[in-house]
Design a protein. Sequence first.
Lengths: 113, 117
Amino acid sequence: AQSVSQHNHHVILSEAASLELGCNYSYGGTVNLFWYVQYPGQHLQLLLKYFSGDPLVKGIKGFEAEFIKSKFSFNLRKPSVQWSDTAEYFCAVLTSGTYKYIFGTGTRLKVLA
Amino acid sequence: EAGVAQSPRYKIIEKRQSVAFWCNPISGHATLYWYQQILGQGPKLLIQFQNNGVVDDSQLPKDRFSAERLKGVDSTLKIQPAKLEDSAVYLCASSFLGTSGTGNEQFFGPGTRLTVL
Protein backbone atom coordinates (compact mmCIF):
# COMPACT_ATOMS: atom_id res chain seq x y z
CA ALA A 1 0.00 0.00 0.00
CA GLN A 2 1.12 3.55 -0.63
CA SER A 3 2.52 5.26 2.44
CA VAL A 4 4.54 8.21 3.65
CA SER A 5 7.10 7.84 6.44
CA GLN A 6 8.42 10.61 8.61
CA HIS A 7 11.17 9.16 10.73
CA ASN A 8 11.48 11.85 13.37
CA HIS A 9 8.39 12.25 15.50
CA HIS A 10 9.81 14.81 17.89
CA VAL A 11 12.77 17.10 17.29
CA ILE A 12 14.19 19.64 19.73
CA LEU A 13 16.73 22.18 18.52
CA SER A 14 18.30 25.37 19.77
CA GLU A 15 17.91 28.55 17.77
CA ALA A 16 20.38 28.86 14.86
CA ALA A 17 20.79 25.08 14.61
CA SER A 18 20.29 23.45 11.23
CA LEU A 19 17.22 21.36 10.54
CA GLU A 20 16.60 18.35 8.37
CA LEU A 21 13.36 16.39 8.57
CA GLY A 22 13.15 13.13 6.71
CA CYS A 23 10.29 12.05 4.45
CA ASN A 24 10.12 8.87 2.39
CA TYR A 25 7.24 7.57 0.36
CA SER A 26 6.33 4.29 -1.23
CA TYR A 27 4.84 4.73 -4.69
CA GLY A 28 6.40 3.85 -8.00
CA GLY A 29 4.62 6.34 -10.22
CA THR A 30 4.69 10.08 -10.67
CA VAL A 31 4.12 12.10 -7.54
CA ASN A 32 3.60 15.63 -6.39
CA LEU A 33 5.24 16.25 -3.02
CA PHE A 34 4.33 18.69 -0.29
CA TRP A 35 5.36 19.89 3.11
CA TYR A 36 2.63 21.41 5.25
CA VAL A 37 3.13 23.13 8.56
CA GLN A 38 0.82 23.70 11.50
CA TYR A 39 1.89 26.44 13.89
CA PRO A 40 0.39 26.34 17.40
CA GLY A 41 -3.26 27.35 17.25
CA GLN A 42 -3.27 27.77 13.48
CA HIS A 43 -4.49 25.87 10.43
CA LEU A 44 -2.39 23.53 8.39
CA GLN A 45 -0.77 25.54 5.63
CA LEU A 46 1.49 24.86 2.68
CA LEU A 47 5.22 25.30 3.26
CA LEU A 48 6.46 24.19 -0.15
CA LYS A 49 5.64 21.91 -3.05
CA TYR A 50 7.32 19.96 -5.83
CA PHE A 51 5.54 18.80 -8.98
CA SER A 52 8.16 18.99 -11.74
CA GLY A 53 11.43 20.59 -12.78
CA ASP A 54 14.21 21.53 -10.37
CA PRO A 55 14.22 18.94 -7.58
CA LEU A 56 15.41 21.56 -5.09
CA VAL A 57 12.36 23.51 -4.02
CA LYS A 58 12.35 26.67 -1.96
CA GLY A 59 9.42 27.57 0.23
CA ILE A 60 8.38 30.21 2.69
CA LYS A 61 10.42 31.31 5.72
CA GLY A 62 13.74 30.00 4.39
CA PHE A 63 12.70 26.36 4.11
CA GLU A 64 13.75 24.16 1.22
CA ALA A 65 13.30 20.53 0.25
CA GLU A 66 15.04 18.24 -2.18
CA PHE A 67 13.29 15.54 -4.18
CA ILE A 68 15.57 12.54 -4.71
CA LYS A 69 13.63 10.19 -6.96
CA SER A 70 16.03 7.28 -6.58
CA LYS A 71 15.60 7.36 -2.82
CA PHE A 72 11.86 8.14 -2.84
CA SER A 73 12.67 10.99 -0.48
CA PHE A 74 11.67 14.60 -0.02
CA ASN A 75 13.57 15.89 3.00
CA LEU A 76 12.91 19.32 4.45
CA ARG A 77 15.81 21.57 5.42
CA LYS A 78 16.49 24.91 6.98
CA PRO A 79 20.03 26.14 7.66
CA SER A 80 19.20 28.12 10.79
CA VAL A 81 15.97 27.63 12.73
CA GLN A 82 14.19 30.27 14.76
CA TRP A 83 11.97 29.99 17.82
CA SER A 84 9.02 30.85 15.56
CA ASP A 85 9.59 27.64 13.59
CA THR A 86 8.16 25.66 16.49
CA ALA A 87 5.35 23.74 14.83
CA GLU A 88 4.26 20.39 13.50
CA TYR A 89 5.44 19.51 10.01
CA PHE A 90 3.67 17.08 7.69
CA CYS A 91 4.99 15.56 4.50
CA ALA A 92 2.35 14.64 1.91
CA VAL A 93 2.28 12.90 -1.44
CA LEU A 94 -0.24 13.21 -4.24
CA THR A 95 -0.09 10.12 -6.40
CA SER A 96 -0.70 10.23 -10.13
CA GLY A 97 -3.52 8.24 -11.63
CA THR A 98 -5.66 7.98 -8.52
CA TYR A 99 -4.74 11.53 -7.36
CA LYS A 100 -4.83 10.36 -3.78
CA TYR A 101 -3.33 12.53 -1.06
CA ILE A 102 -1.37 10.64 1.60
CA PHE A 103 0.03 12.35 4.68
CA GLY A 104 2.84 11.28 6.95
CA THR A 105 2.38 11.11 10.71
CA GLY A 106 4.05 14.45 11.29
CA THR A 107 7.15 15.74 13.09
CA ARG A 108 6.74 17.98 16.08
CA LEU A 109 9.57 20.52 16.14
CA LYS A 110 10.38 22.54 19.22
CA VAL A 111 12.97 25.29 18.95
CA LEU A 112 14.47 26.54 22.17
CA ALA A 113 15.20 30.25 22.42
CA GLU B 1 -9.50 35.83 -0.10
CA ALA B 2 -11.65 34.10 2.50
CA GLY B 3 -10.33 30.79 3.75
CA VAL B 4 -12.02 27.45 4.29
CA ALA B 5 -14.74 27.77 6.91
CA GLN B 6 -15.79 24.98 9.23
CA SER B 7 -18.34 24.69 11.99
CA PRO B 8 -18.68 23.89 14.75
CA ARG B 9 -15.15 24.26 16.12
CA TYR B 10 -15.78 21.93 19.04
CA LYS B 11 -18.36 19.25 19.72
CA ILE B 12 -18.84 16.89 22.64
CA ILE B 13 -21.34 14.05 22.29
CA GLU B 14 -22.05 10.71 23.88
CA LYS B 15 -21.49 7.48 22.04
CA ARG B 16 -24.35 6.37 19.82
CA GLN B 17 -25.40 9.98 19.24
CA SER B 18 -25.19 11.58 15.83
CA VAL B 19 -23.20 14.65 14.79
CA ALA B 20 -22.76 16.73 11.65
CA PHE B 21 -19.96 18.98 10.50
CA TRP B 22 -20.17 21.70 7.89
CA CYS B 23 -17.54 23.02 5.49
CA ASN B 24 -17.52 25.94 3.09
CA PRO B 25 -14.50 25.79 0.75
CA ILE B 26 -12.68 28.64 -0.93
CA SER B 27 -14.75 30.07 -3.75
CA GLY B 28 -13.89 28.47 -7.08
CA HIS B 29 -12.19 25.41 -5.62
CA ALA B 30 -13.50 22.33 -7.35
CA THR B 31 -11.98 19.75 -5.04
CA LEU B 32 -13.02 19.29 -1.42
CA TYR B 33 -11.52 16.87 1.10
CA TRP B 34 -12.57 15.64 4.52
CA TYR B 35 -9.85 14.28 6.79
CA GLN B 36 -9.84 12.64 10.18
CA GLN B 37 -6.84 13.45 12.35
CA ILE B 38 -6.45 11.39 15.49
CA LEU B 39 -4.08 12.73 18.13
CA GLY B 40 -0.47 11.94 17.24
CA GLN B 41 -1.25 10.91 13.68
CA GLY B 42 -1.31 12.60 10.31
CA PRO B 43 -4.54 13.51 8.54
CA LYS B 44 -6.31 10.50 7.06
CA LEU B 45 -8.43 11.14 3.97
CA LEU B 46 -12.06 10.15 4.48
CA ILE B 47 -13.61 11.42 1.28
CA GLN B 48 -12.69 13.54 -1.72
CA PHE B 49 -15.19 15.39 -3.92
CA GLN B 50 -14.60 16.82 -7.37
CA ASN B 51 -17.39 19.37 -7.74
CA ASN B 52 -20.34 17.42 -6.34
CA GLY B 53 -19.13 13.96 -7.35
CA VAL B 54 -17.21 11.57 -5.10
CA VAL B 55 -13.68 10.82 -6.32
CA ASP B 56 -12.48 8.68 -3.43
CA ASP B 57 -14.31 7.41 -0.36
CA SER B 58 -12.34 4.22 0.11
CA GLN B 59 -11.43 5.04 3.73
CA LEU B 60 -14.85 6.32 4.78
CA PRO B 61 -16.55 3.95 7.27
CA LYS B 62 -19.76 3.90 5.32
CA ASP B 63 -21.76 2.06 7.97
CA ARG B 64 -21.67 5.19 10.14
CA PHE B 65 -20.16 8.05 8.15
CA SER B 66 -21.79 9.89 5.29
CA ALA B 67 -20.92 13.02 3.37
CA GLU B 68 -22.45 15.12 0.68
CA ARG B 69 -21.54 18.17 -1.32
CA LEU B 70 -24.60 19.87 -2.65
CA LYS B 71 -24.28 22.05 -5.75
CA GLY B 72 -20.53 21.51 -5.70
CA VAL B 73 -19.93 24.06 -2.95
CA ASP B 74 -20.66 23.44 0.76
CA SER B 75 -20.26 20.02 2.25
CA THR B 76 -21.49 18.19 5.33
CA LEU B 77 -19.98 15.17 7.05
CA LYS B 78 -22.19 13.14 9.34
CA ILE B 79 -21.48 10.42 11.87
CA GLN B 80 -24.37 8.26 13.01
CA PRO B 81 -24.01 6.62 15.48
CA ALA B 82 -20.73 7.86 16.95
CA LYS B 83 -18.23 5.58 18.63
CA LEU B 84 -15.53 6.40 21.16
CA GLU B 85 -12.83 5.87 18.52
CA ASP B 86 -14.34 8.67 16.40
CA SER B 87 -12.84 11.22 18.79
CA ALA B 88 -10.56 13.25 16.54
CA VAL B 89 -10.18 16.53 14.68
CA TYR B 90 -12.13 16.58 11.43
CA LEU B 91 -10.44 18.73 8.83
CA CYS B 92 -11.91 20.10 5.65
CA ALA B 93 -9.63 21.23 2.84
CA SER B 94 -10.13 22.49 -0.67
CA SER B 95 -7.99 22.90 -3.74
CA PHE B 96 -8.47 24.48 -7.13
CA LEU B 97 -7.62 21.16 -8.76
CA GLY B 98 -7.31 17.64 -7.50
CA THR B 99 -4.95 16.47 -10.19
CA SER B 100 -1.25 16.72 -10.85
CA GLY B 101 0.45 20.01 -11.49
CA THR B 102 -0.16 23.55 -10.36
CA GLY B 103 -3.18 24.44 -8.30
CA ASN B 104 -3.43 21.23 -6.33
CA GLU B 105 -2.12 22.46 -3.01
CA GLN B 106 -4.71 22.20 -0.30
CA PHE B 107 -6.07 24.97 1.86
CA PHE B 108 -7.27 23.77 5.25
CA GLY B 109 -9.98 24.96 7.56
CA PRO B 110 -9.54 25.23 11.34
CA GLY B 111 -11.05 21.81 11.95
CA THR B 112 -13.73 20.51 14.28
CA ARG B 113 -12.53 18.82 17.44
CA LEU B 114 -14.95 15.99 18.26
CA THR B 115 -14.98 14.30 21.65
CA VAL B 116 -17.12 11.20 22.04
CA LEU B 117 -17.80 10.22 25.66
